[in-house]
Design a protein around this ligand. Structure first.
Ligand code: ADP
Ligand code: TYD
Length: 208
């Protein structure tokens, strides 16, 4: 794989999608070819799985089934979108990747971290070169996320206590993988956050 693989992580409403888009625009303006993608989803098959996972009755899947569905989606995303783009030498920017499974299926929506890691090793086996954790107060993230209407509500009624656990869980992942994680303070205006993100990304890209 010759391109660069960047991911954004954080709790719902942290500003990940906004920052992934702003970084994509800034890098394209600087002349880079960027593949902007997301999970769950990012390929036609994975987008089908996304609808199965994120819409409908909150109790329709167990944590174990969800873990398998997220991995099925990730495998398709990797085969159809991520690996081909990296092979073309592009910068891949994904809004969520395997750290979201470590966090949600591993810690808040399930207690399956050992299974998350085993499945990842077996079926995915790839980590981003660089992961931005957009860190935000749990209550702020929740109020931003609740402000968005839509059909994808299965996961968005988690409540403040779980959002706080998720924030702490992501910060713990950043300590677990210090070489690839960068924690960014998301409690500032979007363009201020974006400037920080771009500086880190450019420094990383200049290392190639
Ligand atoms: P995520 O992808 O992490 O769920 P989004 O980027 O979709 O978050 O942002 C959630 C909501 O918060 C959106 O309405 C977005 O416009 C708003 N938002 C994003 N970043 C900021 C920020 N830095 N300050 C205030 N509001 C923001
Ligand atoms: P996303 O669309 O990123 O939601 P948001 O923009 O609100 O952050 O992700 C949808 C939900 O899917 C989110 O609550 C996190 C969850 N998720 C997992 O539980 N495991 C995973 O592996 C992934 C990729 C996402």
């Amino acid at each position: 794989m010759t391109g660069k693989f960047l991911s954004f992580e954080g709790i719902d409403g942290s500003g990940k999608s906004t920052q992934a888009r702003l970084l994509t625009e800034a890098l394209r303006a600087a002349g880079h070819i960027v593949c902007l993608t997301r999970e769950p989803g990012g390929s036609p098959g994975a987008e089908e799985i996304r609808r199965m996972v994120l819409e409908g009755d909150p109790d329709k899947w167990s944590a174990e089934t969800e873990l398998l569905l997220f991995n099925a989606a990730r495998r398709d995303h990797l085969e159809k979108t991520i690996r081909p783009a990296l092979a073309r030498g592009e910068i891949v920017i994904t809004d969520r990747f395997a750290d979201s499974s470590r966090m949600y299926q591993g810690l808040t929506r399930g207690d399956l971290r050992a299974k998350v890691d085993a499945l990842h090793a077996l079926m995915i086996g790839v980590e981003p070169d660089l992961t931005f954790l957009i860190d935000i107060d749990a209550a702020v993230g929740l109020s931003r996320a609740v402000g968005r209407a839509g059909k994808e509500q299965r996961f968005e009624d988690m409540g403040l206590a779980l959002q706080q656990k998720a924030r702490a869980g992501f910060l713990a992942l950043a300590r677990e993988y210090p070489l690839r994680f960068r924690v960014i303070d998301g409690a500032r205006a979007p363009d201020v956050v974006a400037n920080d993100v771009l500086a880190v990304a450019l420094e990383h890209l200049s290392r190639r």
